[in-house]
Design a protein around this ligand. Structure first.
Ligand SMILES: [Zn+2]
Length: 126
């Protein structure tokens, strides 16, 4: 199997450096994030990497009060589906926004959450 143009590993390496990267299908123009093996719209593999601005708005969110063991100390915290300016949505953890201020439509900005060797997608105040 050929390597995808941008692998999940690259995606998280770039995210760690503060750059959110999507992939755009050269066949049909579909934008995807995080990168996928095949285009969900036309099933081609013709991706090219697209740097994204990292700005968006909260489309929906959930407050996690009982967290998985690794995040227990962080609870309660929120996970949101963020609709980016480019039109795609991605799940991320909300940081530095009080839970009571969370609302659908609230502008947020991408911010990597870096812990040791792990990088996670986060969103903070815009
Ligand atoms: Zn496509």
């Amino acid at each position: 199997m050929a390597e995808p143009v941008i692998t999940l590993r690259h995606f998280f390496e770039r995210a760690r450096a503060g750059q959110l990267t999507g992939v755009r299908c050269r066949k049909c123009g579909e934008l995807a994030i995080p990168p996928k093996e095949l285009c969900p719209a036309c099933y081609e593999r013709a991706w090219e990497p697209v740097p994204l601005g990292g700005e968006g708005t909260i489309a929906s969110y959930t407050v996690i009060r009982v967290a998985p063991r690794a995040f227990m100390a962080d609870a309660p915290y929120a996970v949101a589906a963020v609709k980016l300016t480019e039109g795609v949505s991605i799940l991320g953890r909300i940081v530095d926004i009080p839970l009571e201020r969370l609302a659908v439509g609230l502008p947020v900005r991408f911010r990597p959450i870096v812990r040791n060797s792990q990088t996670a997608i986060g969103f903070g105040p815009a």
